[in-house]
Design a protein around this ligand. Structure first.
Ligand code: AMP
Ligand code: ZN
Length: 492
């Protein structure tokens, strides 16, 4: 583990509203939970920004030598239209519309989500649990919260009692708002409401006869509210207190605020040490969202097939474009910005190829270790990727000067520089060199031969979990392998 480097990592914590030294609960283990997608439709580029931001965080923690248990859930039940505790379930509505079984909707959009994220070269999480696979855990948690007197049942539905909880705890701590202000901003209850107070939220919702997805519970047939799934699954896989919890900023005020209340009510401890929130991708200043109709799908972005797009942009151009802004800043989409990102990305890739062609000199006119130090300082400052990229462009200038012989690099410098570019460009920023991405490329052929060799060894030794892992991870990365009489065939 790069202990000295890891010691100076600082992360901005939404809860304390400041940067804090990162001290994991059980080093080198880090528990990280990120709220995943609601899989009732294709994900748009805004959603991708959030998942790519967490991929950068995950990659850097791994690079520092932490063992990260990264849990990212799939919401496949309980997310209602309009985010209020009434109306139709998003999955049921879509299932009716497309005349499919709700689980077909879930499967279709989960596969689409994986495909998109692998095009952006994100690493898969360690565990990807689903809400429907954890109904029992959610019911158990609701029972415990009721046992604490902090939830009540009305006519087959169960609600969290926010005002009672607030007598001893600070319900608005994540957004730094007082209960009175929160009440102020919430719709008043009308005569139809089952809730006692307007901030109360559903833990369990009674099913109507026509509800497509429903389960038995101590309160009759129904389905879980949206927030309880993340409390139940994060507790199950990461424990009652874990290191990092993330998601987009839009989740702070309701979803994450309610998660804290549920977990705290059930487990009597603060669930999360560091709350990390990513900012929004905007289009002409407006948040990109499914409902606003300004959400490009990644495939539209790649082909350019959208009225707002002048042409298509490659996945790595888009990934580079995202890394050029800090995850806590908004990022506005424009064709000009993407074209500039494309130039920047190409320059970076070209300079890495140039590096292999530079002849070493006997003397050195530069200090690579100092450059490397600056890269670590940038990433240790709350994962400051734009600052990192600025330093990488100092490296690009240096490489070009060395090519023109206005700077001199020794063989050792060249080796250090290659290592630095490899670490920060490919491993940490998660970029790929798209010019080398075809199944005929020598590098890929060589890597595949190596991977398949390791798989063969694992199979010969009956280490099935390793050989299955290799097959699954290749598949997630877009490589399908097939065992034939002649040997193993593979294709991208
Ligand atoms: P959803 O599938 O709507 O639950 O969203 C999945 C994730 O994408 C959540 O963490 C959201 O906060 C995030 N998200 C939604 N819209 C945007 C956006 N315009 N920019 C960045 N992240 C977003
Ligand atoms: Zn969540």
């Amino acid at each position: 583990m790069k202990e000295e480097r890891a010691k100076s990592l600082q992360i901005y914590n939404t809860l304390s509203r400041k940067k804090e030294d990162f001290k994991p609960l059980h080093p080198p283990l880090v528990g990280m939970y990120v709220c995943g997608p609601t899989v009732y439709s294709d994900i748009h580029l805004g959603n991708c920004r959030t998942f790519i931001s967490f991929d950068l965080i995950y990659r850097y923690l791994l690079h520092l030598g932490y063992k990260v248990r990264y849990v990212r859930n799939i919401t496949d039940a309980g997310h209602l239209e309009g985010d209020r505790d009434e109306g139709d379930d998003k999955f049921a509505k879509k299932a009716r519309l497309e005349q499919l079984e709700p689980m077909e909707i879930v499967q279709k959009y989960t596969l689409g989500f994986h495909e998109v994220l692998s095009q952006f070269n994100t690493l898969p999480p360690s565990i990807e649990p689903t809400a429907t696979g954890h109904i029992l855990e959610q019911i158990e948690m609701i029972k415990k919260i009721m046992g604490e007197g902090l939830a009540y049942e009305v006519n087959g539905s169960v609600y969290f009692d926010v005002e009672k909880y607030s007598r001893e705890r600070d319900y608005g701590e994540l957004t730094n708002r007082k209960l009175e202000d929160l009440l102020e901003g919430t719709r008043a209850l009308d005569g139809q409401d089952e809730k006692r107070s307007r901030l109360d939220f559903a833990l369990w919702i009674k099913a109507k006869p026509e509800t497509l997805m429903q389960w038995p519970s101590p309160w009759g047939r129904g389905f879980p509210g949206w927030h309880i799934e993340c409390s139940a699954m994060s507790t199950k896989y990461l424990g009652t207190t874990f290191d990092i919890h993330g998601g987009g900023m839009d989740l702070q005020a309701t979803h994450h605020t309610n998660e804290i209340a549920q977990s705290q009510a059930c487990n009597h401890t603060k669930p999360v040490k560091y709350w990390v929130h990513t900012n929004m991708l905007t289009v002409n200043g407006a948040r990109m969202s499914k409902s606003a109709g300004n959400g490009f799908l990644p495939r539209e972005l790649f082909t350019g097939d959208h009225p707002l797009l002048e042409r298509g942009y490659s996945p790595m151009t888009v990934r580079f474009f995202m890394a050029q802004s800090h995850y806590r800043s908004t990022l506005d989409f424009s064709n000009e910005a993407l074209q500039a990102a494309e130039k920047g990305y190409n320059k970076l890739m070209e300079s890495i190829s140039t590096l292999d062609k530079i002849e070493p000199s006997a003397t050195s006119s530069v200090n690579i270790s100092e450059l490397e130090e600056r890269c670590y300082v940038a990433m240790n400052d709350d994962f400051n990727s734009p600052m990192l990229i600025a330093h990488l462009f100092d490296a690009v200038r240096l490489i070009n000067s060395a090519k023109d012989k206005t700077e001199t690099l020794t063989a050792e410098d060249l080796q250090e520089l290659r290592q630095l570019m490899h670490t920060f460009v490919f491993e940490v920023l998660g970029l790929l060199d798209e010019t080398k991405l075809s199944s005929g490329s020598e590098v890929i052929e060589g890597l595949m031969a190596l991977i398949l060799d390791i798989r063969k060894e694992a199979r010969d030794n009956k280490e099935w979990s390793t050989s299955d892992k290799i097959r699954d991870r290749l598949q997630a990365a877009g490589v399908v392998i097939k065992d034939t009489k002649e040997g193993v065939e593979w294709r991208i």
